[in-house]
Design a protein around this ligand. Structure first.
Ligand SMILES: [Cu+2]
Ligand SMILES: [Zn+2]
Length: 188
């Protein structure tokens, strides 16, 4: 083999090796900007919208932007749930994503489920906006990535574990699930 051709082959192998190595643990390259999307739907004629996720580098934070409509006005608990299974009116999505075995809390609490994002605020027209909504606990990369899990929006307000109800410390007493969507890779 000619020297130039053999050099080219060596380079190709090196590039392939780096690519395989950088994607093998999560399917997402490390140290890069990662974008994801959750397309949210509820019952027919009901809630709809999209939430975009962005993470710059492995150590976050993760930034959410989005627009939803068709929701009842008021505060609605919204969380990352563990499974990306949105069947049975979002009830197959499992519990709040909780890789560190914590109790339920508010987004601002140090001790909370990783998936606890607080309340989505819906205006009188049924619109909700997330604008540069920043969170330090959810990640798009690494072993606790939320890619492939689900965003769930609830009928009632999340009490952040402080309401004294049976399910306050597990679900924030946020009631039934009215909309959800799987968090998928958008580009990277
Ligand atoms: Cu939830
Ligand atoms: Zn929770």
């Amino acid at each position: 083999m000619e020297k130039a051709a053999s050099l080219k082959l060596t380079l190709l192998v090196a590039v392939l090796f780096c690519f395989v190595n950088s994607t093998k643990s999560t399917g997402v390259p490390h140290g890069n900007k990662v974008n994801a999307i959750a397309v949210i739907t509820g019952r027919e004629g009901g809630p709809k919208g999209s939430i975009f996720f962005f993470q710059d580098g492995d150590h976050g934070p993760t930034i959410l932007n989005g627009y939803l409509h068709g929701l009842p006005p008021g505060h609605h608990g919204f969380h990352v749930h563990a499974a990306g299974d949105t069947r049975h009116e979002c009830n197959s999505a499992g519990s709040h994503f909780n890789p560190h075995n914590m109790l339920h809390g508010s987004k601002e609490d140090e001790h909370r489920h990783a998936g606890d994002l607080g309340n989505l605020i819906v205006d009188v027209y049924g619109n909700a906006y997330l604008s540069h909504f920043l969170d330090n606990k959810i990640r798009l990369t690494g072993p606790h990535s939320i890619i492939g899990r689900a965003i769930v929006i609830h009928k009632d307000q999340d009490d952040f574990g402080r309401g004294g109800h049976n399910d306050s410390k597990s679900t924030g007493h946020a009631g039934e699930r009215i909309a959800c969507g799987v968090i998928g890779l958008l580009s990277y």
